[in-house]
Design a protein around this ligand. Sequence first.
Ligand code: 7TS
Length: 422
Amino acid sequence: MSTARDVLNGVDRERSIRFPVEKIRQDFPLLANAVHGKPLAYLDNAATSQKPLAVIEAEELFYRRDCSNIHRGVHELSERATRWYEDARTKVQQFLNARESREIIFVRGTTEAINLVASTFGRKQVGAGDEVLITAMEHHSNIVPWQILCEEKGARLRVAPINDRGEIVFEEYERLLSPRTRLAALVHVSNVLGTINPVREMVEAAHRRNVPVLLDGAQAAPHLKVDVQALDCEFYAFSGHKLYGPTGVGVLYGKAGLLDAMPPYQGGGDMIRSVTFEKTIYNTLPYKFEAGTPNIAGAIGLGAAVDYVNGIGLDNIAAYEGELLAYGTRVVGGISGVRIIGTAREKAGVISFVIEGIHPHDVGTVLDQEGIAVRTGHHCAQPLMERFKIPAATRASLAFYNTTREIDVLAAGIRKAKELLG
Ligand code: 7TS
C-alpha cells in the first residue's frame, strides 16, 4: 500500500517534469550556499526573495557600462541610463497591465508607496470626521500611515474584521463602507495568513459607494497575476525586492486622473517644470512624484526581474507554489502540537504556525542551525497576532524555487525543535 508520502513524491516527480525547479534554482546563486554547514533551505520569501543572475547582472552592467544620471545629461551614458530606466517603467506597466506608463511611479517600496498616497491624496481628501477603512490583516505599513493621517485630520480608522480562517467577513466590510469613507486601503495577500482577498469584489463594493481603493500588493505581485485595469483599483503598491528584484525600489500604480490631481509628495529636482522663488510649476506624470535622483540601478534590476518572472509565467508560478503549499500544509500541519495560523480557502504560499508550549523564537533558532531560514515574531502585523491570541508565530513563506525536499527538511527541523524544547 502506498503512503501519503509516496503519493506526494509521485506528484513531485511529475511536477518536476512540468515545472523545472532544479533548473530554475541554478539561476539563483545564493541558493547553493550552505548555512551552518547545512544546505540552505530559504523559506523567508515573504520578507525578501533571492535574486536571479539576470537581476544581479543587469545592475552590474549598469554600473560597469552605463552609470549616469537620468533625464538630464545630453551625453551618451545619460541617454542610455534614461532609456534603461524608462524601459523598466514600461515593463512594470505591462506587468500590471496599467493603461499608461505615466501611471507607474518608482518609489522605495510598498511602504513608501502607501505613505505617498497617505500624504498626498490622503491629506487632500480626508478631513475631520471622515473615515479610512482597512482590514484586520494589514501589515503595519498599511496601518500606521493611515493612523498618522487620521490623527492629523481628526478622522477615524475603521477595521474590517476577519473570521477564524483568516478570511475577510465580507458583509462586515461592506457595512463599514460608509458615506464618510474616503479610502479603503486593503491588503491583496496577507503576509502572515497567506489569505488571497477577493479584491475585485472588494473594489466593486467600495466603488458602489464611491470609495476609492488602494491595494497593498507586496505579497501578491510576486505570486499571482495582477491586472490593475481588471481590478479597477485606484492605487496598487508593491516592492521590487519581494519580486526577485533589488531592495530599495518599488512601485506605486495610480490612475492617471487621480495622480494628476494629487499634490506632489516631495519637492526637489526632476519633479518640476520650472522654478522661480515666487512659484514652481510641477512636472507631468510620473516625474511629479519622483523628486531627486531615483534608484536608477534598482529600477533597471526590477525591469530584469519582471522579464525573468514573465519568462517562467505567473500562472505556472501560482500553480507550482499552490502544489508546494498543499504539500507543506499537510506535512507541517500533520505534526502533532503544530497549529497552522491562516487556513483561508484562497491562499498563497505562506505557512505560519505555532507549536504548543514552544516559543517561535526558539523554534526559529533551532531551524536556523539546520540551515532553514524562516521568520519568527509578529511579522509587522501585531493587531493580527492579537486577533489570533498569539504573541508570535513561525512563518515559512514559499517561492517558485523552493522544493518539497526543503519542506521535508523544515518538517524534520520542527520535529527536532519539539524534541529539544518540548
Ligand atoms: N505590505 C505587506 C503585505 C508586506 O508583507 C510588507 C513587507 C510590506 C507591506 C512592506 O514592504 P516593504 O518592502 O516596504 O518593507 N512584509 C514583510 C514580511 O512579511 N517580512 O518582512 C517584510
